[in-house]
Design a protein. Structure first.
Length: 255
């Protein structure tokens, strides 16, 4: 079921069987992905439905299937879209709002890591479980360089060049990125899934996340040997198997 939200973002819900409230996994995809028509995420959603999770696939503004110009949207635009999807899920009568989980891929990893550090009015964390596959990070907060100011379109940030590549080559702290600040405040369970031969996201990014995640209840890191950044074939299957196994093992109990 596809739903258009107020910002022009689209979500697709797939529900587990039964009438009781269930936990939900909010999926934020990699940059520009056609997530609403992805066979990978359709198959993964089905597998997660089978183990008792609802799944919400998010197509932020500028993505295929959503409104907006992908050459103009900013990180802040996409963070707003993620928050909009979260608040929609809170109002869904089939969702247990105390058991909202996240799965972020690459660019989507930065978005959900930022969301993970936020709190409700009664100080509860927004996400219970968070899985990040080859997550990106972007500069932000007080130490944001001029080339990455909040008004910079994401497409410009990702244009081949030395700025972001050089920034990713160093380990960063929670004071340098909203994603790292979010992870530093996250107190749920955390999983990293990394590609063994990732030519896009260097190992320093994962190190930055790992060093920032000081309050997580548990932290696991799985590496898919020989996998590139964009997964296909056996690497794609390994990613889905890791996700399903981890979310099954850590199925959140109602509070």
């Amino acid at each position: 079921m596809e739903t258009k939200l107020e910002t022009g973002v689209f979500i697709r819900m797939s529900y587990a069987s039964g009438n009781e409230q269930r936990p939900v996994i909010l999926v934020a995809p990699g940059w520009g992905s056609d997530i609403l028509h992805s066979t990978t995420f359709a198959e993964l959603s089905y597998k997660l439905n089978q183990i008792g999770y609802h799944v919400c696939l998010l197509a932020p503004r500028g993505y295929l299937g959503a409104e907006g110009d992908i050459n103009k949207v900013t990180i802040d635009d996409h963070l707003f879209d993620v928050r909009c999807a979260y608040h929609w899920l809170v109002k869904d009568s089939r969702v247990d709002s105390s058991r909202i989980c996240g799965l972020g891929v690459s660019h989507g990893g930065h978005l959900l890591a930022t969301l993970a550090g936020e709190r409700t009015l009664d100080s509860a964390q927004l996400l219970t479980l968070l899985a990040l596959r080859a997550p990106a990070i972007y500069p932000g907060l007080d130490m944001c360089p001029e080339w990455a100011k909040p008004s910079t379109p994401v497409a410009q940030l990702l244009t081949p060049g030395d700025n972001l590549k050089h920034w990713w080559s160093a380990v960063h702290t929670k004071d340098e990125s909203t994603a790292l600040a979010g992870i530093s405040n996250f107190t749920g369970k955390l999983l990293f899934i990394l590609s063994g031969d990732d030519q896009v996201i260097p190992p320093q990014v994962a190190l930055s996340y790992g060093e920032a995640a000081t309050q997580a209840t548990s932290l696991e890191c799985k590496i898919i040997p020989g996998a590139p950044h964009a997964l296909q074939g056996e690497h794609r299957s390994a990613f889905m198997d890791l996700c399903v196994a981890w979310f099954r093992e850590n199925y959140p109990i109602p509070t």
